[in-house]
Structure formats: structure tokens, C-alpha cells
Write a protein that binds this ligand. Structure first.
Ligand code: ZN
Length: 493
């Protein structure tokens, strides 16, 4: 009995010691890193003509530059009108920069730098917009192409995506040109016209032109991640995320072949049945969830800024990774950050109720995490569907994830510093861009690619993106202009 008690006591002691050791490790890992934020003095606000700038953007929204992949000339007249408006609005900038029209409707401006040794930079935006979803027009508080200035906001399609970026870049350049600024580095302003439908005719052609001139860019800044409030539990401050990585895109067309014929004598395997079974397999066996690369770096950067249990979790992924991943799996938005997504988007088969179709066809769209490739996803589909009567073909326009941009470069640091100067309340961290941007076309001509829009958004605002009631506040718009002024001063001045 006494011996048993002794053993029991020892066991309790061991458990207590193990718990204490675990708590020690968790605490050590949690508090090992302090804030990684660069300390900068907030900038005295640069004087901006807020009302004039708001009016120029408002007018730009009225040109319905809705791009269409199959009908590229659909918005030609609207693009011409928008470009006339740009030329009329920014005379000082047009006096110092060279203007070129690329492939009919894209714009490339060159503001020549004085130092021929310094690598140029490029600011990117797109002129086109997405259409208004049918039957949602009446849900808009202001007509979607009115450019109404109301309640402190500029309303309309493109106010945020992406005429807001395009015009704030030009407002910044105009302001600086008027003040006699002369860049040391050459600054390109590259404005594609078909970003929403692939960017192949716009950004793709501009990048080709730069390559043909042997131009190598230090960095490209394009639209992208935002300054978001309340997106991570335990993080009280708004976070400005710089997209240093972007997902790839692969649509695979699956075609099942069965024996066509009368439905009174159906065979065991039908085209529709086989294809449906294969698609169910794909939904049930998705690609693995992983925390690595830019997402891991984002967690590392944000963790020291967080409070409570969330900080402990993010600082101790060695223990809590499964917990975090099961949380992320609950919503499509968070799952997309840690997984190559699988989306069944098209299904076509059959046209008569008593006839078996010989063919059934479906499209599955994957958005690829960096590390996955079109080839690796096609392999995954082949082995998961495991049916040689189903053929798999890639869609044209698929692309692998572009190379990931490092965070150690002087330009990343300068971008970080600029964000904190203009938006002193925010935390800056690298992140993964879930959607595609024009910037991917620049992989061959740029050392660094950043995807960041100096736009403040709450989780509620995110629905406005490509959605209803898109708008930008005049106050935010003025800060966007200040951001681009400061960025050009600090990286090209
Ligand atoms: Zn956009």
C-alpha cells in the first residue's frame, strides 16, 4: 500500500512537472518575439485638394469601362472618354511624363528619372471595371455609375476597384509635378484595360513591351490586400497586409464518355453517373491545408501584436496547428488562405429525358497556393477521380502562382515605412493575395511584386468589392493620394 502511494505521488509530481514545462514553453514562445513593426514618426498630413480630387474621381466613375473577354471592343468608347478625362485632369503630370498607348487601350506613362543607374519602379492600376450583377441595380443607394458624392463618400463601380487607385496615383503625380519634383528613379505608371478578364491584352502587353526594352524594375506595386479592421480575433489594431504572394489559377475540364442510347436499357456506367462520382471525390478529397510561406510569415508578424489566447495559439503553431486549421476550415474565406481551393463551377450533360448522353462535361476551378502547380493539381485530379473514362484537360489562361516576393528588400522596408507614416495606427504584415491581379504579368520584369491598396475596409465593406454599393470615403481617398506622394518621395526621390 505504502509503495503504491509512493508511485502515485511520483506520477502526480511528473504530471505537474509536465504541465509546468508545457506552460513554460508556451509562454516562452509567446513572448519571445516583441513587435516587429518599424518605428516611424507620423507624417504631417500633406495638403491635398480633397474636393477637387473627389470630383475628378467621381467623373471617372461615369465612364462604363466594363471589360468583356469575348468582346474586347465592348468598352472602347468608354475607355477613350476616360483617357480624355485623364489628360484633361492632370496637365502638369502630362507635361513631364511621356504617354504611350499600348495595344489600343492600355496606358504607359514614363516619368524619367535623373539617375540612369537606379532601377525604375512601376505603379499599376487598371481602367476597367466589373459589371453590375443583374437585378441588383435597385439595391444601390446611389446609381452605380453616377459617381455620386454623398455623405462623405464617392459612390460607384470602380470607386475602389480600381479607379480609386488609378486616380489617386495620378493626383499624387500631378501634385508633385506642380511642386517641381524630379524623380531620381524612373517611375512608370502602367494602366491596363482588361484586368477583370485576364489582363492578357493590357498588363500582359505592357510587360512584354518593357521586357523588349530590357527594362528591369526594382518593384511593381499593384492593387491588392487592404487595411482591414477586425479580421483577426485578438488583434485590436487595423492590419495593413502587403501581398507578397498570389495564388495561381487552374480550371480543369473533365469529360466523361459513356455509351449513348435509349434510357430504357441503361448500362452500369453512364457519363453523368461517372462524372458526378468523380466530382464528389474531388469535393471530399480536397488538397491539404498548410500554413507556410507568406501566411506563416503573416502569423509571425501579427502574433506579437495580439492579445489573449489568440497570441498563444499563433505563437505556438507546433502545438496548435491542427486547432487553427480546423478553425480556418470553417469558412471559405479563411480556408482559401491555407489551401488550394476546389470549386465545381460548370456541369453540362444531356438534353432529353429519355436519352443517355454520350458525354458529360464539368469545369473545376482551383486556386493554387504557392508551392502547388498546374501539373501537381492535374495529378491530384487524375488520382482522385481514378477513372480512365474521364479525360482531364486544362483551360487556356491557367497560370502557376507567381514567385513569392521576399520581405528583406529595401523596397519592402520602404513600403512598410510609408504605410506607417501615412496610417500611423496600423500594423503592417506580409500576406497572401487570394485573387488574381495584373501584377502577375510582371514576374519576368520585376525584382519585387507588391499587392497593396491603401484602402481602409471593415469586414462589412468587403462585400462592396465587386458587389453592391461600392464606395470610397473622401477622407480615405485623400490618404491614398498622400500615400502615393510619400511612396514616390521615399523610393524615387
Ligand atoms: Zn481590381
Amino acid at each position: 500500500m505504502r509503495r503504491l502511494l509512493k508511485w502515485f505521488g511520483l506520477l502526480v509530481l511528473l504530471v505537474v512537472a509536465a504541465i509546468a514545462a508545457l506552460a513554460g514553453v508556451l509562454a516562452f514562445k509567446t513572448f519571445r518575439h516583441g513587435s516587429q513593426q518599424i518605428a516611424v514618426a507620423p507624417l504631417a498630413p500633406i495638403a491635398v485638394d480633397e474636393q477637387g480630387a473627389a470630383k475628378r474621381l467621381s467623373e471617372a466613375i461615369r465612364f462604363q469601362t466594363i471589360s468583356n473577354f469575348l468582346n474586347p471592343e465592348q468598352d472602347a468608347a468608354a475607355l477613350d472618354a476616360l483617357q480624355a478625362h485623364i489628360q484633361a485632369s492632370f496637365p502638369a503630370f502630362h507635361a513631364v511624363a511621356k504617354r504611350e498607348v499600348v495595344n489600343g487601350h492600355s496606358l504607359l506613362y514614363t516619368w524619367q528619372g535623373s539617375d540612369p543607374q537606379a532601377k525604375p519602379i512601376a505603379l499599376l492600376a487598371h481602367q476597367d471595371v466589373v459589371p453590375i450583377a443583374p437585378k441588383t441595380e435597385q439595391d444601390w443607394q446611389q446609381p452605380p455609375f453616377s459617381g455620386a458624392i454623398e455623405g462623405g463618400y464617392i459612390w460607384g463601380r470602380g470607386s475602389w476597384d480600381d479607379k480609386g487607385n488609378l486616380f489617386s496615383m495620378l493626383e499624387a503625380a500631378e501634385l508633385m509635378a506642380k511642386q517641381g519634383f524630379r524623380p531620381k528613379r524612373t517611375i512608370y505608371f502602367a494602366f491596363g484595360h482588361d484586368e477583370e478578364v485576364s489582363g492578357l491584352r493590357g498588363a500582359g502587353k505592357i510587360a512584354e513591351l518593357l521586357a523588349s526594352r530590357n527594362i528591369r524594375l526594382d518593384y511593381v506595386l499593384d492593387e491588392g490586400l487592404l487595411i482591414t479592421e477586425g479580421v483577426m480575433k485578438g488583434l485590436d489594431k487595423p492590419a495593413a497586409l502587403i501581398g507578397v504572394a498570389e495564388k495561381g489559377y487552374a480550371t480543369l475540364v473533365l469529360t466523361a464518355r459513356g455509351t449513348p442510347g435509349h434510357s430504357s436499357m441503361p448500362p452500369r456506367d453512364t457519363a453523368i453517373g461517372m462524372l458526378a462520382a468523380g466530382l464528389v471525390q474531388l469535393e471530399n478529397h480536397r488538397l491539404p491545408m498548410r500554413i507556410r510561406g507568406s501566411v506563416a510569415e503573416m502569423f509571425d508578424t501579427l502574433a506579437p501584436e495580439m492579445s489573449g489566447f489568440n497570441r498563444v495559439v499563433l505563437s505556438n503553431l507546433w502545438l496548435f496547428r491542427p486547432l487553427l486549421l480546423s478553425e480556418f476550415a470553417k469558412s471559405g474565406t479563411t480556408a482559401a488562405m491555407v489551401q488550394t481551393s476546389t470549386a465545381l463551377t460548370v456541369f453540362n450533360a444531356g438534353d432529353k429525358d429519355n436519352v443517355l448522353p454520350g458525354i458529360a462535361e464539368a469545369s473545376v476551378n482551383f486556386r493554387l497556393l504557392p508551392g502547388d502547380t498546374q501539373a501537381s493539381v492535374a495529378d491530384h485530379v487524375r488520382t482522385t477521380v481514378a477513372n480512365d473514362k474521364i479525360s482531364i484537360a486544362p483551360f487556356e489562361g491557367n497560370f502557376d502562382p507567381p514567385p513569392v516576393t521576399g520581405t528583406k528588400s529595401p523596397s519592402y522596408q520602404a513600403l512598410t515605412r510609408t504605410i506607417r507614416e501615412v496610417f500611423p495606427d496600423v500594423i503592417v504584415a506580409p500576406g497572401l493575395m487570394i485573387a488574381a491581379t495584373d501584377s502577375r504579368h510582371y514576374s519576368n520584369v520585376a525584382d519585387n511584386i507588391f499587392r497593396f491598396s491603401p484602402v481602409r475596409a471593415t469586414p462589412e465593406d468587403l462585400k462592396r468589392f465587386h458587389g453592391t454599393n461600392e464606395r470610397i470615403s473622401i477622407k480615405n481617398y485623400a490618404d491614398m493620394i498622400r500615400f502615393y506622394v510619400r511612396l514616390m518621395q521615399s523610393t524615387a526621390g
